[in-house]
Design a protein around this ligand. Structure first.
Ligand SMILES: Cc1ncc(COP(=O)(O)O)c(C=O)c1O
Length: 481
């Protein structure tokens, strides 16, 4: 549909928007109150896709506000995907419920719409035109491309994560780092403690190496430390893996005191602590927490990182920061697996990082992620059955929903897909997850799609709940014999 072709007259919209009540005494800034009002008008159907919203000057005049305030409200709505400005033509309401486009909450990955493609092209060209291209295209070290390693080590050193006795091994994403650790450090039968529920790629990497993979329950605040302590005594694990910030799939983070205690109990048990910091750079709210590697005074903790969540998952570049002897064992194993990782990707990424573009992009990811997380939490509160529970992460890409019994997220998935929405059922992450559990990955969707998707899911779940209750009540009473 060509929304511009059907341009409705903006002053009817202007008339409607001037009905807004703006409270100057409120803690919510005026531009936010205004954007909330416009968003609500779109959601409720008072404004429709294709409607032209009034120029900033007109609305500012009508509301007695500064033009900059109106512009800030429009900018926010545009960043959320509700409206779109066309140079010389004005701003238009965007289609927020395109029935034909499936809305997938199934993948924990960044949205490619946010990739800074022009910057990326520029950096690629600089690398291709650079003097090092020959060396980049030659075989290199199994530890990875030296300039990227140097950048990562310096970054870890200046941010207090590394004490200087560590080495970096570049890997094909964090997934390969997990696989290399399993191959290099695990003998068949060794016990390995992992979170439950957990990212399946992690569980698989260790099970395939013959490890006894033992899940320890994750609660609102990450690992249940009472259970972890028990498992450390009972199973004498060689390794403990933990994603302390914005864990996949629950979004849970370990508070500071729990981090201290976890380091102490793992050290007392003589196990190696492996910290998966893949989501740590994506904090949207709350005070930052130090990484386990930074807190561990022995320097023994192994930390895994990746560019997949903060930048480009398709480049497949991750890394391990580890004491020298462990890094050497991993690099040796990597050599037998694939010699080393692609150096062109690494060269582009280090240039991207050194030029400040990575940090600029990460900031954008955080701003956008914050809006998406807020939209997801608001949509869950508004649309899911009242008895559903969901986690409230402060960052990352995922939240964990528990639907009330007897709803079964796996059984309902095909019906959700039939209305155009997908997610991953809890069983994918844990053999013991309650049937009602599911993961919503919100980072790849704009707020309009998040609201629409959760609203469709909410309708489906509520209908199913009502049907199940009706079926339960209409069961014949048991014969009292
Ligand atoms: C917890 C966790 N670890 C590792 C990975 C794999 O990441 P990469 O793309 O860097 O291999 C993922 C991907 O979703 C993840 O969620």
């Amino acid at each position: 549909m060509d929304y511009l072709a059907s341009e409705p007259i903006w002053y009817t919209v202007l008339f409607m928007l001037t009905a807004v009540h703006l409270d100057t005494a409120s803690h919510t800034p005026i531009y936010r109150q205004l954007s909330d009002h416009i968003r609500e008008s779109i959601r409720s159907g008072n404004l429709n896709p294709g409607d032209r919203i009034p120029p900033t000057r007109e609305l500012a005049g009508q509301l007695g506000l500064n033009r900059a305030t109106i512009a800030a409200a429009y900018e926010l709505l545009e960043s959320e995907g509700w409206i779109k400005g066309h140079v010389g033509r004005g701003s238009f309401v965007q289609p927020w419920q395109n029935e034909l486009t499936p809305i997938s909450f199934a993948s924990s990955r960044p949205s490619e719409e946010l990739f800074p493609l022009d910057h990326f092209r520029t950096v690629c060209r600089q690398v291709l035109d650079g003097q090092d291209l020959g060396a980049i295209l030659q075989l290199g070290s199994p530890f990875g491309y030296e300039p990227l390693r140097r950048w990562l080590i310096e970054d870890a050193f200046t941010s207090g994560i590394s004490r200087g006795s560590d080495k970096v091994v570049i890997t094909n994403g964090c997934q390969q780092a997990l696989d290399l650790i399993a191959r290099a450090l695990i003998q068949p039968g060794d016990a390995v403690l992992v979170e439950d529920p957990v990212y399946p790629g992690l569980r698989e990497a260790f099970s395939r190496s013959g490890a006894r993979v033992i899940g320890v329950q994750v609660g609102e605040d990450g690992y249940r430390l009472d259970l972890l302590e028990h498992a450390l005594r009972r199973d004498r694990p060689k390794l403990v893996l933990v994603t302390p910030s914005f864990q996949n799939p629950t979004g849970a983070s370990l508070p500071l005191d729990a981090r201290h205690r976890l380091i102490a109990i793992v050290r007392d048990a003589g196990a190696l602590l492996v910290e998966n910091a893949i989501y740590a750079g994506l904090r949207y709210e709350g005070a930052p927490l130090p990484s386990l590697k930074a807190m561990d005074e022995t320097g023994e903790t192994v930390q895994l990182g990746s560019f997949s969540k903060i930048a480009f998952p398709g480049l497949r570049v991750g890394w391990v920061l580890a004491p020298t002897r462990i890094a050497a064992a991993l690099a040796e194993t990597k050599q037998w697996c694939d010699l080393h990782s692609d150096q062109l990707s690494q060269a582009v990424l280090v240039r991207f990082a050194e030029s400040g573009l990575l940090e600029q992009h990460r900031k954008r990811m955080i701003e956008t992620g914050a809006l998406r997380l807020a939209a997801c939490l608001e949509a869950c509160a508004r649309h899911l059955p009242k008895t559903a529970r969901f986690t409230r992460p402060q960052g990352g890409m995922n939240l964990w929903v528990t639907l009330p019994a007897p709803l079964d997220a796996a059984e309902l998935l095909h019906r959700a897909e039939a209305v155009g929405v997908s997610y991953l059922p809890g069983r994918f992450f844990s053999a013991t997850a309650e049937p009602g559990c599911l993961r919503l990955s919100f980072a790849g969707l704009n707020p309009g799609k998040i609201h629409r998707g959760v609203s469709l899911l909410g309708t489906l779940f509520k209908e199913e709940l009502a049907r199940a209750r009706l079926a339960h009540h209409s069961q014949p009473a048991l014969a009292m014999v």
